[in-house]
Design a protein around this ligand. Structure first.
Ligand SMILES: [Ca+2]
Length: 340
């Protein structure tokens, strides 16, 4: 239900989807935004002057897909949208394929889908920069933490274990570091297992951002059905960030292919209260989330702080004037006494 409009969107650009399961029928309009979408024949992708998407590293444009990395060790590739996205509510549908020669858990490392302030900056997080500002959704195909613990002959406590490939999401205000050795566990907003590798059918992932609610759904079983993966309310993302996707291989590798990225504008109605709640933010933040290093968002000075500074400055000025007047009067008195 509430399925994203991939199947219908091919027929018409404008689709009205009725969310049947919702308590009150809520209408959502979807509209494909070409300037933030990437699909065959990938016209102008990576060209210096024209085109909407930039290529980076080892990424290559093929006829049927964009290969972020080949199934070769130590490769890194990315593709980034050139146009910042100013939409409030959107849905990104990712058609991807991960395949390679390596046996299970002898492949890596996966890929990331980004909505971030900075673009085209290489780094250690699936080939892209750490301490990023914005959202990262990671399709992680190698269990670093588990392998490390195995090597140290330690075992996970049951219930703690995540089965890989594993999809997770992270929102960063620039202060957080992605812990690669722990597969991002300390900063994970939510996640799910997704057996996405070496499949003969198409695999899809959708990131939906509506009314500050972030949801990730997957369609990886070849049944043309969305399955819930991540659902986090109160996610505040600034507008004007860039979409991108990046991937990296290390000692282990895979082909990481992007077949398409389709960005839909979602038009939803907001009540006045929702309008107030969803007002513009300048730094990414997740409500009611306590992560190490995220407790104090670096918002611009609050109204209260500004008021207090002005108030105490005024008090200081008044105090100084009063002292001055008293001292002046005393001095005049003194000089009068002196005169007579
Ligand atoms: Ca990993």
């Amino acid at each position: 239900m509430a399925a994203a409009g991939r199947w219908r969107a091919g027929l018409a650009l404008l689709v009205v989807a009725l969310r049947l399961g919702a308590p009150r029928a809520e209408q959502t309009e979807e509209h494909l935004k070409r300037e933030h979408s990437l699909s065959k024949p990938y016209q102008g992708v990576g060209s210096a002057s024209s085109g909407l998407w930039d290529l980076q590293g080892n990424a290559m444009v093929m006829t049927q897909y964009i290969r972020l990395t080949p199934d070769v060790q130590s490769k890194r590739g990315a593709v980034w949208n050139r146009v910042p996205c100013y939409l409030r509510d959107w849905e990104m549908q990712v058609h991807f394929k991960i395949h390679g020669q390596g046996k299970k858990n002898l492949n890596g490392d996966g890929f990331a889908i980004w909505y971030t302030k900075d673009r085209m900056q290489p780094g250690p997080v699936f080939g892209s920069k750490d301490n990023f500002l914005g959202l990262g959704v990671f399709v992680d195909t190698y269990p670093n933490e588990e392998k490390q613990q195995e090597a140290q002959k330690r075992r996970y406590s049951p219930g703690n274990q995540r089965v890989f490939p594993y999809i997770s999401a992270m929102v960063n205000n620039g202060s957080l570091t992605y812990d690669h050795d722990r597969d991002g566990r300390p900063t994970e907003l939510g996640g799910c297992t997704a057996m996405v590798r070496n499949l003969n059918h198409d695999t899809f992932l959708v990131i939906r951002y509506v009314k500050r609610r972030l949801t990730v759904m997957i369609d990886i079983d070849g049944k043309h059905e969305w399955r819930d993966c991540i659902d986090v309310p109160g996610v505040r993302l600034p507008r004007g960030y860039y979409f991108g996707t990046s991937s990296v291989t290390g000692d282990l590798s895979d082909n990481h292919d992007i077949i398409s990225l389709k960005l839909y504008q979602l038009t939803v109605e907001r009540t006045p209260e929702e309008e107030k709640r969803d007002r513009e933010v300048f730094l990414p933040v997740v409500d009611n989330l306590k992560l190490p290093g995220m407790e104090a968002p670096l918002e611009p000075m609050s109204g209260l702080a500004l008021f207090l500074i002005v108030f105490f400055s005024l008090v200081a000025v008044v105090f100084a004037v009063v002292i001055g007047v008293i001292v002046y009067n005393k001095w005049q008195e003194q000089s009068r006494k002196h005169f007579y």
